[in-house]
Design a protein around this ligand. Structure first.
Ligand code: FAD
Length: 446
């Protein structure tokens, strides 16, 4: 039986980092991938999604340009050209990932693998492989809807292969993937309806973000329906009809199910204990219920973000092969973004979380029209918010809806990580004229 020091199941963000780190530390490493090396982020997630978002924003840039004196005759978009260019870029990145693994002397098995027992995996081809350590980094997949006609839906995975841009899109869901694709389709020129069963979108985000994005989308003509539970979907001669529980019907050429993702646990195939929500159960060092078997990334369903999976993979490989730090990474201040248009980003506590945890909170908030919007004549707005602990003056949370939010909040996350106080924000000299300067000039609070 072939033997390795480490066998990684899944060559996505977490698995690739774990494999390459372990190999660099001298371990003999193999990795199995059932689909394409690079995983969700590179092939059907962050990267192609961000490129679609970028593409979708040029329409409003062109409209804004008119306010700045540009003559813009007409804007037309070629979906298949965009899709193919993104496909090429994804292919290029995939081959870089593969080269990186080869260069680190990681053996790649291009097939499905499953954990059979402690120290043993079985490949789809039937080959059994033994390994002292096994890491399951199998990611997550879209959760299918459980309603009649669910088979008519596509998922975010399918968007990147659509033959043409649909004229009418119905999106089911209110999480970040739903809102990102709503912005993408709207920006590219489709009519978009969003159906969400909750009372607010983006569960877990600050309430000012939830309401800010919902009203921005309504202003853009995205037809948002909250408290709306989808009941059934039927095919029509052209397109589909979606009926909600109240009997209201909506029609679209494409119905996108963006209601969530569930951990991919087939590789655990009864060998590993799962949590009640169906993720692979791990302790604080990512150890599963089976000796020598670990799990990281979306498969453990904690914080489903690429940088989190990468950091978990890196830490785990280092802790298994010699460079152990004692504590596993702390993800308490992980910044997150939603690449809707306008963009959203957050780090730290929401206002609600802070009010629950601490007795005395100050909330600094601003909501304004940026300089360019006035000249462009666009309805664009920016919301920025700081949540501060009054007793210690520590900034607990930083939230933003508006242009470049992800870039600004990434920088803010460094200062929150260092335990910055509001006084230190105030002492920072503004960079003028910028949007970010508003974070250091907020003086009055609720
Ligand atoms: P993955 O990257 O999903 O990799 C798992 C790999 O395992 C896959 O390649 C899969 O084919 C393989 N696999 C599964 N089972 C087996 C098996 N039995 N044998 C062999 N191989 C197997 N995160 C961000 O941080 N920022 C974003 O902007 C962002 N945008 C996203 C947009 C979309 C549309 C989606 C779907 C996700 C997005 N994410 C984003 C989330 C991010 O992609 C994931 O958190 C990240 O990829 C998780 O990494 P992972 O290593 O756990 O799993």
């Amino acid at each position: 039986m072939e033997n390795f020091d480490l066998f990684v199941v899944g060559a996505g963000s977490g698995g690739v980092r774990a494999a390459r780190t372990a190999a660099a530390l001298g371990a003999r490493v193999a990795i199995a991938e059932q689909s394409r090396v690079g995983g969700t982020c590179v092939i059907r997630g962050c990267v192609p999604k961000k490129l679609l978002v970028t593409a979708s924003r040029f329409r409003s840039e062109a409209t804004d340009a008119i306010g700045f004196g540009w003559g813009v005759e007409s804007v037309g978009h070629n979906w298949s050209a965009l899709r193919d260019r993104i496909g090429e870029e994804v292919g290029r990145l995939e081959s870089l990932y593969r080269k990186g693994l080869d260069g680190s002397r990681v053996t790649i098995f291009d097939e499905r693998a499953a954990v059979e027992a402690a120290g043993r995996v079985r490949l789809a081809s039937g080959q059994a492989i033994s390994a002292e350590h096994i890491i399951v980094a199998t990611g997550a997949t879209p959760t299918p809807l459980d309603i009649p006609g669910a088979e008519h839906c596509i998922t975010s995975d399918d968007v990147f292969a659509l033959p043409h841009l649909p004229a009418r899109v119905v999106i089911i869901g209110g999480g970040y993937i739903a809102l990102e694709f709503a912005g993408i389709f709207k920006g590219l020129g489709a009519d978009v309806i969003v159906l969400h069963r909750g009372a607010s979108v983006l569960r877990g985000f600050d309430p000012d973000i939830q309401s800010g994005i919902a009203s921005a989308y309504l202003d853009q003509g995205i037809d948002m329906h909250l408290n709306t539970e989808v009941h059934r979907i039927e095919a029509l001669p052209v397109g589909y009809r979606v009926t909600d529980r109240a009997g209201t019907v909506y029609e679209g050429d494409v119905i996108l199910n963006a209601t969530g993702r569930r951990p991919n646990t087939k590789a655990a195939a009864g060998a590993l204990a799962l949590t009640p929500s169906g993720a692979i159960d791990v302790d604080e060092r990512y150890a599963t219920s089976l000796e020598g078997v670990y799990a990281i990334g979306d498969a453990i369903g904690q914080l489903n973000l690429t940088p989190v999976a990468i950091r978990q993979g890196q830490w785990l490989a280092e802790s298994l092969f010699g460079k152990a730090e004692c504590r596993a990474p702390d993800f308490g201040l992980t910044p997150t973004a939603v690449f809707s248009t306008p963009e959203i980003a957050s780090v730290g506590m929401t206002e609600r979380e802070a009010r629950t945890a601490l007795p005395n909170i100050a909330v600094y908030r601003t909501n304004f029209r940026p300089l360019r919007a006035a000249v462009a004549g666009s309805p664009e707005r920016v919301m920025m918010k700081l949540v501060v602990d009054k007793r210690s003056d520590r900034v607990l949370g930083m939230h933003m809806v508006g242009r470049d939010a992800a870039e600004i909040i990434q920088m803010g996350a460094i200062s929150l990580q260092r335990g910055i106080t509001k006084r230190e924000f105030d002492r920072t000299v503004a960079l003028h004229p910028s949007i970010a300067e508003e974070f250091v000039t907020m003086r009055s609070h609720d």
